[in-house]
Design a protein around this ligand. Sequence first.
Ligand code: ATP
Ligand code: MG
Length: 883
Amino acid sequence: MTSHQIRQAFLDFFRSKEHLIVPSAPLVAKNDPTLMFNNSGMAQFKDFFLGNGTPPSRRIADTQKCLRVSGKHNDLEDVGFDTYHHTMFEMLGNWSFGDYFKKEAISWAWELLTEVYKLPKDRLYVSVFEGNEADGVPFDQEAWDLWKGIVGEDRIILGNKKDNFWEMGDTGPCGPCSEIHVDLRTPAEVAEVSGKSLVNNDHPQVVEIWNLVFMQFERKADGSLIPLPSTHVDTGMGFERLCMAIQQKTSNYDTDVFQNTIQVLETLSGKKYGQNDEPFADIAMRVISDHIRAVSFAITDGQLPSNVKAGYVIRRILRRAVRYGYSYLGFQEPFFHKLVPVLAEQFKDVFTELKDQEEFVTRVILEEEKSFLRTLESGLKRLDSITSGLKEKGINTIPGDEVFELSDTFGFPVDLTALIAREKSFQIDETGYQDALAEQKKRSRQDAAKEATDWIELREYDGVEFLGYDFEETHSHIVKYRKVKTKTGEEYHIVLDRTPFYAEMGGQVGDTGVLVLGSSGDAKTVNIVDTKKENDLFVHISRDKNLDEALSGAGIITAKIDIDRRNKIKANHTATHLMLSSMREVLGTHVSQKGSFLNDEVLRFDFAHFSKVTDEELRKIEDRVNEKVRENIALDERRNVPIQQALDAGATATFGEKYGDFVRLIIFDPKFSFELCGGTHVPSTGEIGVFKFISEGSVSAGVRRVEAVTGEKALELMRQQEETLNKIKDLLKGPTDLIKAVESLIDERSTLQKRIAALENEKIQALKTTLVENMETHSTFNLIVQKVDVPSADSLKQLSYELRDQVENLIAVFGAEIGGKPQLSVFIAENLVQETGLNAGKIVKDLAKDIRGGGGGQPFFATAGGSDASGLDTALEKAKGLF
Ligand code: ATP
Ligand code: MG
């Protein structure tokens, strides 16, 4: 079976068991404060398990793009070194939301593996949770009995809490799990050692392929467990490992999932996978063919490499790949981006989004590679200078903080530093490095530290009703709240059953406003400073103090948003739509959204485009937007349109956004602006007033950023500019032609500078004459020691050099006060330097002590600056005594 057929067979199997097949959520996790990337199939369904929403079906199956490179699941360091852990992998999964439980989950898993995929039964082992006394959770008898009926007792292994008890997080749903392991060794190996003893022992050919989780408890903040009202199933099977087992390989990289990429790498490098003397060359090929998937799909789903957070994670993966190529496959030039087309082709029917953005992804990777290859070189130089410095001191260990700096500043992974160090007969202080790293991690953890109490549930509810498209004020109930300690203080998170507050999403900031509790006589107003989404929950955030009593005792409340602020936000959101359409007209249809942020003051928009947007283009876009504003086009909003219908009609969607089956369309003239959008918009474009760009620049390779303002803000901006101009006019005494006046000011300045230079020169010439007249002549040398009045430190040099041409065997020491700061210079004729060994550099350093300064230079000319001008005379007196 090919990998395509294997994936399809999984989906078909569960479809036949009445599962709804859904698309993968984007790799990049949105609206989940605990995750950067989706790291398991269940991530997109969290809300259903938490009871915050209702699934479209009680049985669902899919293949989910997962990334395990940060946080709780981080497999990065194993990738390439072993043959079955990836950064990005596909997790095949089937779910029951309060529907079937252990019996069906177990028997279907067995049926699929042994009857559809025909994996040999005597090569499969399963594990069952042994129980945990401290948690009060018993041995999973039910799963044991079910498996016993299928595989017999001797193929079952008992597992502990670490391997066989799954938890969503510190709190929330959890339960025992049952894993299925496969033994892929040769018959001879199997005869020698039983596979059972190798399960969960990191053997590369005895690996876990499927994990069946049975959610039946909820963990509370105090650590206790309570039974869930309804039980769920969550399973995850590693697609690449499954392919290895079915295709009878011993490594995931030998399956057709990776072979295409590896073949291109072989052609590019001239090396053959599996036939390299250099052991790291094979590792490098695995690393690269793995990492290109993670990087390409992350960029496709909207996560560009950058210096912070999720963007930095992607940049590090990319650099890890590039440096393996550089060190072990001889790639001195960018190569990594050349693998994108292979991947795009391979996944064109599964994850079509990569094919759609192939060119963009390729360019972003190319630019990243180029810039890393530049730092790679400077990092190598830095490492060189560190090692030669240490060598002088007879030390052969590179200190931990240097290793850390190399990784932090130059993006040098530690193993690269260690390897190069070894080549130079050095080692690295691994412990010191770990300490520096831990210190940094601690700092960033402290930055992010948040401590939440359990939700205090006040009433039952069935998901939040968002009414903010139609109302600015609603009557609502508080359904739950909790207190959260953040770095800056304490917050209340409040959830309502119905709300007019828009929660931050799709670049639009959350609403602010008030909740009015109680009736008019003793009403209490709670200020809401922000509204955020946590998965599907709308969380209203208040920083008011001591709200517990008021919140828990509240009956019907009034929720009101700040209307003025919302209106400005709306104008900016609609303007963003008009701007995107105008950009596509002016710059081309390759322009797609890469990021967006808008509040009541400004709109910021990142988009794919490869060159600077010229002033002329900006003006054209601006003109077009303002034209549409003046046309005063009415909003045409359509809710609950089936997604396919919307896309077929040509609506613009943003890559990496997760859309439901039904979407909302925002149309301002169907021929002009037609987008899938959940934001709030003005009823007609005239309300925008006016649209004005304020900046244009680059964010990263292939991505530009513009900022613009609308309405009142735009007017404010124009007023400010007008004021600046008026001020300049006033300063210039109101000339009729302002530009001409400034030009002539600049001309005048340059003429004056020239005249000053000429005057200074004259002064130096006169000074020279007096100096020569007062010179001390000795038999072997002529001495001038003098405090002089010159305009700049450069003049001391000019003076010394010109005197040299005039006087033989000259020694000249000058002191000067320039702009309140003391300066010294020492000149010694070169023949004297040769004959006597006198050294201007050393002398000036010594003299500089009197002016509390330092300096240096060459043996024949040197200068020093200081901070204490009162010491100049002493220094010059001292100089006289030296010769
Ligand atoms: P392992 O112990 O092998 O790392 P796990 O316990 O972390 O696996 P789960 O979190 O249960 O795995 O994930 C479910 C399935 O996903 C696993 O059975 C495995 O087939 C697959 N899987 C997990 N991590 C990876 C990875 N880094 N690369 C490829 N497949 C993986
Ligand atoms: Mg793991």
